[in-house]
Ligand binder design. Structure first.
Ligand code: CA
Ligand code: CA
Ligand code: CA
Length: 260
């Protein structure tokens, strides 16, 4: 007598389409996750912007390295070492950077002249992560935060503008090491509609789930009248041998996700 064979399940067109859809969804989720370079925690209590890292809110946040060489030769840890933490509140991004730099120097006293050739923290921010050319528009900003805590970027006429009213920056030498500084910044976030001619530009209202273009970099000048190194948290692919494209092209920024 012939044994009964179990019935083999047949793969219908409907189930094939279902599996294909599931596969594509998984791929899409994976791609979305891959795009996140930094996550910022929502702050209920704000840190005191005073160049001290003792605020409770900083304690458990992850560090992100500033370790991608954009300009200059390989840099030793004594010459430059940097890392940062990032968080957000209603209209602002909060940064805590720990910078180790052997020589702090501000050769060009005028904040609008050769500001990139003095020691400076450089904050790249694109409020809607749209990318694209931003050198002479405000689709994105590249704020150079100088040692005297002024914020400079290029305006729509191609000339540098003092945007110090867009943020509050304070740094101090670290109590842990004489060559380290703790740098805190609270940065206002503006979108592409920012108008230099207006005094009542509205701040972007931030919310959990929002993605911004972002990178944090450091211009390291030590001895000459030009910076020796430029180091970023995000590597920039070279175009015609040039990696220094962040101040022009927001496509070079990483992606920052705001979390609850
Ligand atoms: Ca503080
Ligand atoms: Ca240095
Ligand atoms: Ca330096």
């Amino acid at each position: 007598m012939k044994a009964l064979q179990p019935e083999r399940p047949s793969l219908t067109l409907t189930s094939l389409l279902f599996l294909l859809g599931l596969f594509q969804s998984c791929q899409s989720i994976a791609t979305e996750l891959e795009k996140i370079d930094y996550t910022a925690q929502h702050l209920k209590v704000l840190p005191t912007i005073d160049g001290s890292d003792t605020d409770h809110v900083w304690k458990d946040l992850p560090w992100y390295p500033i370790d991608q060489l954009i300009l200059g030769n390989k840099v030793s840890q004594e010459d430059f070492y940097g890392r940062f933490k990032i968080a957000w509140n209603k209209n602002q991004i909060y940064l805590l950077a720990e910078i180790q730099d052997d020589v702090l120097i501000d050769t060009h006293a005028d904040p609008l002249e050769f500001y990139w050739d003095d020691d400076a923290l450089e904050i790249f921010i694109d409020s809607d992560n749209s990318g694209g050319i931003h050198k002479t528009n405000h689709s994105a900003f590249a704020y150079h935060v100088s040692l005297d805590n002024q914020l400079i970027d290029i305006g729509t006429n191609g000339k540098p503008i003092n945007f110090s009213n867009h943020g509050h920056s304070v740094w101090k030498r670290s109590s842990h090491s004489p060559h380290s500084i703790i740098w805190e910044v609270a940065l206002d976030v503006y979108d592409h509609t920012y108008d230099e001619a207006k005094s009542d530009n509205q701040l972007e209202i931030l919310s959990a789930g929002k993605r911004l273009g972002f990178a944090l970099a450091y211009c390291d000048a030590d001895y000459g009248r030009t910076r020796e190194h430029f180091i970023s948290s995000k590597d920039v692919p070279a175009v015609d041998g040039n990696k220094n494209r962040g101040y022009i092209d927001a496509d070079t920024f990483g992606t920052l996700l705001l979390q609850d």
